[in-house]
Design a binder for this molecule. Structure first.
Ligand code: SAM
Length: 312
């Protein structure tokens, strides 16, 4: 369906938990133990069916860390079996991916995005608070083996923290047919809009002039580049310096059943009162999507919460 700005909203990011097994320095940790608020599989089935009837075609499971939920494969199956849903992806930090990759692929998952901010062990530990880089790298291999095609690595660079390792992250896309995407540090959890630790997409292009823009830019979120001899692509996701809200196509469902039309604002709307009547649920979802904000206002308004609650 279209929102009031004429944008086709067909992408739903479903955060199935706020729980997280890392403590990334740029992400929030609040609400990380609210297990009791996590919806059961049946509720996600009901909700995604209603969203599909509102025009949602693409779903991404996120969190916190979705793989901490023992029933994550049942949730994947329920969403894959929903009429109208064409693709299902999952975003994870990769720590538990080694053991879940094959079951997730068997449950019907199409693709996986893995957050990896450094390939250097001590930098990774400093950034995430955990010494699990080897597990994540094995998880990426397991995902490739399980045929979770189009693996995308998401990295957030912070000046003086991990930006020296950008070249090693870029090298991953040379050796394998994977996409490495650099997401600009966003102003959440008290990070400022003008935080000088942010490495912008434009700065990366200056640092790595060998990157050549790809002809086909499949969506407006990431601008894709490649280079001589590369098997994969480099993506630049620059929500702060290259705002792409005009072409936003997504809304977010939080793990407690609240619909959040835009990640940049605190507002989210409880769908639980409508669960017993699909017609009323669809009407409420359509109303909230229609009124989705025009775009973020990071320059004047930064959300207090971290992305662990919303799902990146
Ligand atoms: N825990 C899973 C993971 O690590 O991929 C999924 C949820 S996590 C919130 C999703 C993404 O949000 C991660 O790639 C993380 O790097 C990103 N993220 C969190 N806080 C951010 C911030 N302030 N700016 C940019 N990206 C952020």
């Amino acid at each position: 369906m279209k929102d009031n700005f004429g944008r086709e909203i067909d992408y739903l990011r479903v955060s199935i938990t706020t729980r997280c097994n890392l403590n990334c320095i740029y992400c929030g940790k609040e609400d990380c133990d609210k297990k009791e608020q996590e919806l059961p599989v049946a509720a996600f089935r009901t909700l995604v069916r209603a969203f599909a009837k509102c025009g949602i075609k693409k779903v991404r499971i996120t969190g916190g860390v979705p793989l901490v939920r023992a029933d994550v494969c049942e949730i994947v199956e329920a969403i894959c079996q929903t009429e109208g849903i064409e693709t299902l992806g999952l975003t994870t930090n990769g720590v538990l991916l080694e053991q879940f990759a094959a079951p997730l692929a068997n449950a019907g998952l199409d693709s996986v995005n893995i957050s990896l901010d450094s390939t250097d062990g001590s930098t990774y530990r400093h950034l995430t608070g955990a010494d699990v880089l080897d597990k994540v790298l094995r998880g990426i291999e397991a995902a490739q083996k399980a045929g979770l095609s189009k693996i995308k690595i998401n990295a957030v660079l912070m000046r003086g923290v991990n930006d020296a390792g950008a070249k090693d992250l870029i090298a991953l896309a040379k050796e394998s047919p994977i996409d490495v995407r650099f997401i600009e540090l966003m102003p959440f959890s008290g990070i400022g809009e003008a935080d000088d630790r942010r490495i912008t997409g434009d700065e990366l292009l200056e640092r790595f002039p060998f990157l050549q823009p790809m002809e086909s830019q499949e969506n407006a979120t990431a601008r894709y580049y490649t280079a001589e001899g590369f098997r994969g692509r480099i993506g630049l996701i620059s929500p702060v310096t290259h705002k792409f809200c005009d072409s936003c196509c997504r809304v977010r469902l939080l793990s407690d059943g609240r619909l959040k039309p835009c990640l940049a604002y605190e507002e989210s709307y409880d769908l639980m009162p409508y669960m017993e009547n699909e017609t009323a649920l669809i009407a409420r979802i359509r109303q909230i999507i229609a009124e989705k904000p025009a775009g973020h206002a990071f320059d004047t308004k930064t959300p207090a919460h971290g992305l662990n609650r919303t799902g990146g």
